[in-house]
Design a protein around this ligand. Structure first.
Ligand code: PRX
Length: 646
């Protein structure tokens, strides 16, 4: 490590930040030495109806797996995100909404947000939605998405957001899995000037969801859509019928707040369940410290509310802190590649949080589209979703941040609820490409494949030793799968699924997934899901999917396909299969490369050797390793011969 690779904390920032080096060290030590005392204190960041007397009760044992925080306390998340700010910040902007079209924007104060949320809570109640019911949101990035989330939280309903890019089938599967009785959607979504047929997709999905009997539709573009009488209602019509008086429901700290489906290495997506008290404490505290949020700052996270980043760092964390949060409907390159920076100037954004894939894509267009904007309001930059390569980090720092703004590279997962490994801007010297150090209460441990704990500088699998309040509580409806996925591999610890390196300064460098999960433009995808979509096509007999390095997306999707006997391998079929996967799962799952594979490399017991497929996809076939255990080693030569990534 050369000296130039260290970006020290700016001295001014160390003075004004919530934590400087000394604070971080002292608080971190306290947090891991006595977690119950530490979190008992920080639980007071939110308002409780009935204060907790118990802080932590956790067991990772197979027969007794349970995670409870603040479990005798009661509170309401919507109250914490809105009502408690009304007295002092009622007229402050809670949400700045920037539409897909640059001329389309609006703002909502905390008081206006309160009124909308109370009214929509009453709409939900009028539709028969009760505490504990699961409500699915399939929505564009409009203010109503945040309103719907907070209204669910207000009445104790559990929301499950399905990203608007998912297909009708994917939506239906998620609605059925959590037995949701209500879906909230819009006529259409609007992104980058293109429309997304959300209502039409919902109609298709609901054909196979007989128990989902209510569909609330937001009018976004005004297009004509299908209508099922008795099931479908317009958001604006129902809002006009209700009043704005809706006291928040008293929830136990461990009552569910939301379910969010995410991909794993096997089978169907898992419904990650987060609960109320611990989640909101952790989201609020991480938002405050990681982004060094101070009153009055304008904060923008470019994620979609369909992902966990949107949950914790567009809606819950910022609003719990009384922040001004910006919601952006559009995309980075519409109408031009300067859009992000123009929005920063227009709304005087101070803190900007985005994904490496966006940075890499914008970097390709050079410095000029960035330089021509001012960005003088920016103070801090953030990165999330995948490893940020040092080259992109430096460009983000020098060009976007004018070498003035620290970058917080935040590592976390849907399962973790909030950020676990990250710099704190006033406390952590930065190294491009490293997520740096653990947040308070997080005790990372590195293990080798046999579960042996590694000390000092090392490379291995990343586990977390103890629980933290924002941790997921179960896989919805499948507690056994929760155990098997996260606690069976290295008993007694939370297994993250990520590989990492720890350097001599104790900094963490996330190297990527060690399981069959791939990360495409920061979107998490199980290779098994893409494979099962492919084999569902009648011309496909077998498929194996792996990730390969992709300049912009981080990883691309590489599919090896064995066709049914007698089917001809044509270019048209390649296009048809890509389109098929799009339809089955959604655009984010579209294979980038499809290779025809008359045979797949299998062991004698029939197991596909993915290691070989990964190497060929990476165009690294010179280092295939031992292929002697293959049933038919000749398959490999054929695969290399016809490789797609040259
Ligand atoms: O592999 C890690 C990668 O994204 C995975 C989690 O994906 P998801 O649940 O969709 O949540 C994404 C947003 C929190 C992780 O297992 N990942 C996320 N952030 C980083 C990262 N990899 C490296 N550096 C990061 N900052």
């Amino acid at each position: 490590m050369t000296v130039e690779d260290l970006y020290p904390v700016p001295a001014e920032l160390a003075k004004s930040a919530w934590a400087d080096k000394a604070n971080y060290e002292a608080m971190y030590r306290a947090s891991v030495e006595d977690p119950a005392a530490f979190w008992g204190e920080h639980g007071k960041r939110v308002d409780w109806i009935k204060p907790y007397t118990q802080v932590k009760d956790v067991s990772y044992d197979k027969d007794d797996l349970h995670i409870r925080w603040y479990y005798d306390g009661t509170l309401n998340v919507s109250y914490n995100c809105i009502d408690r700010h009304l007295e002092t910040k009622g007229d402050r902007t809670a949400i700045i909404w920037e539409g897909d079209d640059p001329s389309d924007d609006k703002t909502l104060t905390y008081r206006e947000l309160h009124e909308e949320v109370c009214k929509f809570s009453n709409v939900l109640k009028a539709q028969g939605i009760k505490k504990g019911d699961r409500v699915t949101l399939y929505m564009p990035m409009v203010v109503e998405a945040a309103v719907a989330m907070l209204a669910c939280a207000r009445i104790g309903a559990v929301h499950s957001i399905v990203f608007g890019g998912f297909s009708p089938d994917a939506l239906a599967g998620r609605i059925r899995d959590c037995e949701s009785n209500c879906v909230i959607t819009a006529d259409e979504g609007l992104r980058g000037g293109k429309t997304i047929p959300l209502k039409e997709n919902t109609d298709k999905a609901l054909e196979s969801c007989p128990d989902c009997t209510t569909c609330i539709v937001i009018r976004r573009t005004g297009v004509e859509t299908g209508w099922v009488a008795g099931r479908d209602v317009w958001y604006h019509e129902e809002m006009a019928k209700v009043d704005a008086d809706c006291p928040p429901e008293e929830m136990n700290a461990e009552d569910p707040l939301f379910i969010l489906y995410t991909s794993g290495s096997t089978g169907q997506p898992k419904g990650v369940l987060h609960t109320t008290g611990g989640y909101i404490v952790y989201a609020a505290m991480t938002h405050r410290y990681v982004f060094d949020y101070h009153d009055g700052d304008i904060y923008w996270c470019t994620a979609d509310v369909g992902w966990v980043t949107g949950h914790s760092y567009i809606v819950y964390g910022p609003l719990a802190n009384g922040a001004t949060t910006l919601m952006f409907e559009g995309v980075p390159n519409y109408p031009t590649v300067s859009r992000f920076w123009e929005v920063c100037d227009k709304h005087q954004v101070n803190i900007f949080y985005t994904a490496p894939t966006a940075i890499r894509a914008l970097m390709r267009d050079g410095d000029e589209p960035v330089r021509k904007t001012s960005r003088s309001s920016l103070r801090l930059l953030g990165s999330v979703g995948e490893p940020i390569n040092p080259e992109a980090w430096r460009w983000y720092h020098e060009v976007v941040g004018d070498s003035r703004c620290p970058i917080v590279d935040t590592w976390w997962q849907t399962e973790t609820g909030g950020i676990l490994i990250t710099p704190l801007p006033g406390a952590t010297d930065l190294k491009p490409g490293s997520a740096t150090r653990p947040f308070f209460g997080i005790d990372p441990i590195m293990v080798d494949n046999d579960g042996k704990v590694l000390e000092g500088a090392c490379e291995g699998v990343l586990c977390i030793k103890d629980s933290w309040p924002g941790q997921m509580r179960t896989v919805y409806g499948d507690h056994e799968r929760f155990y098997q996925t996260y606690f069976a591999t290295f008993p007694g610890r939370y297994f993250t699924g990520d590989g990492a390196r720890r350097d001599e300064d104790g900094y963490y460098w996330i190297t990527g997934r060690v399981d069959d999960v791939i990360n495409v433009s920061g979107h998490r995808m199980g290779t098994a899901e893409v494979e099962s979509a492919l084999v569902a096509h009648d011309k496909v007999s077998e498929a194996a999917v792996v990730g390969y390095p992709h300049d912009i997306k981080g990883q691309g999707i590489y599919a090896y396909v064995t066709l049914t006997a007698g089917v001809e391998s044509t270019e048209e079929l390649r296009t048809e299969l890509a389109k098929w996967v799009r339809q089955e799962i959604g655009p984010i799952a579209t294979p980038d490369l499809i290779q025809w594979a008359p045979g797949l490399p299998k062991t004698r017991s029939g197991k596909i050797m993915r290691r070989i497929l990964r190497k060929v996809a990476e165009n690294e076939y010179g280092s295939l390793g031992d292929t002697s255990t293959l049933a038919d080693p000749a398959v490999v030569d054929e695969l290399i011969e016809n490789r797609m990534n040259r």
